[in-house]
Design a protein around this ligand. Structure first.
Ligand SMILES: Cc1ncc(COP(=O)(O)O)c(C=O)c1O
Length: 361
């Protein structure tokens, strides 16, 4: 059977997403008591107590479809961010929003521009749409090179992605750099700023992408409840976009894309500023401990504004396996001689440091 004849040509270069190893997979491979899954930039902490309560309260109502327009959630987001409700989109994770934006905007011949390595879905969604990918190197500090991106724009460029702080390297662009980049940018471009890790920022110079959102210019900001809010398992992300784009996305999205438990959890999570600051401080302290460890061991790393740190190692494949044998699951990337190490809770960071010391001291 020639299966290829059924499939769209544009799928040929697409690689199916490879998630990080799960704890149960690792348990089968290695004999260790404690496993720290630090491979998917998840939070090491449970969802906020208010979110757990809200999710439990929703269980008995699961016979009904969710609110297809995420009305209450967009309303709460609107009040929280002071952005009109019609300019807010919710997705089954912000991953889905990236896919939906590509599906509603990109055609063969269009170009999608971003730096690389970065979040893999910019690439896959452009590939699926049959668009051309323009991938530029990151700067030496692991952040997006906005000046190089500006210079690489062609008349065919349609979407420009800016990931700040960038996954997997953690570098943010500064507020001044983002402002300069947007100043006088050709109108034909849709700028999508992915701020999945913004809640972890503690650098005052780092860009706050929403500051540039006016609901008019072709400019979108994406956020997620998966990272700082610890809701990766239930899948809910959101974005701010001008109304015409929200309407286009509504045409391609599945009718009930955000489930009712996710909507309830997200609503209950917003606004707990003291818990956010507490978790931000814990993450920042964990990052500093990892830096300190890498410096002592003579390993180069990128300063990160996310909940992960990229570290260069002589042999990434071997180090990945050696860490795994010690119960530390990190993320390796094809062809890269570095690893992305998630910032765990206190014991997660301690065990990560001990494992690196075992290997490199
Ligand atoms: C930069 C970035 N954007 C978006 C996402 C997608 O997050 P989610 O679909 O869980 O909201 C991720 C997940 O790792 C990410 O790293």
């Amino acid at each position: 059977m020639q299966w290829e004849r059924f499939f769209r040509q544009s799928l040929k270069p697409v690689e199916a997403y490879q998630p990080g190893l799960r704890e149960d997979q690792v348990r089968e491979l290695v004999q260790v008591d404690t496993i720290h899954k630090l491979s998917s930039n998840e939070s090491p902490f449970p969802p906020f107590p208010s979110a757990i309560q809200a999710m439990q309260a929703k269980l008995a109502g699961l016979n009904e479809y969710p609110d297809g327009s995420s009305y209450q959630l967009t309303k709460i987001l609107s009040t929280h961010y002071k952005i009109p409700q019609q300019q807010i989109i919710c997705g089954n994770g912000s991953n889905e929003l990236i896919d939906q934006i590509a599906a509603s905007c990109l055609e063969p011949g269009d170009e999608a521009l971003y730096c690389w390595p970065s979040f893999v879905v910019y690439r896959s969604s452009a590939q699926i749409a049959g668009a051309t990918q323009l991938e530029l190197p990151l700067r030496a500090d692991g952040s997006y090179d906005l000046a190089a991106m500006r210079a690489a724009i062609t008349p065919r460029t349609k979407i420009v992605y800016v990931c700040t702080p960038n996954n997997p390297t953690g570098g943010p662009v500064t507020a001044d750099e983002l402002a300069a980049f947007l100043d006088g940018l050709p109108e034909q471009l849709l700028v999508v700023v992915d701020a999945a890790y913004e809640e972890f920022l503690d650098d005052d110079d780092a860009a706050r992408p929403l500051a540039h959102f006016d609901g008019q210019r072709p400019y979108v900001v994406l956020h997620t409840f998966s990272k700082m809010y610890s809701l990766a398992g239930i899948r809910v992300g959101y974005g701010f976009a001008p109304e015409p784009l929200v309407e286009a996305v509504n045409k391609v999205r599945a009718p009930f894309n955000v489930n009712s438990i996710a909507q309830a959890a997200a609503q209950a999570s917003l606004g707990d500023e003291s818990e956010l600051s507490r978790r931000r401080a814990l993450n920042a302290a964990g990052r500093l401990r990892l830096y300190d460890c890498f410096e002592h061991l003579g390993l180069q790393y990128f300063k990160s504004q996310g909940n992960f740190v990229w570290v260069w190692v002589p042999d990434a494949g071997q180090t990945f396996q050696d860490l795994l044998a010690r119960g530390i699951i990190v993320r390796a990337f094809d062809g890269a001689n570095g690893l992305r190490v998630g910032v765990g809770d206190e014991s997660g960071v301690s065990d990560t440091i001990q494992a690196f010391r075992d290997l490199f001291a």
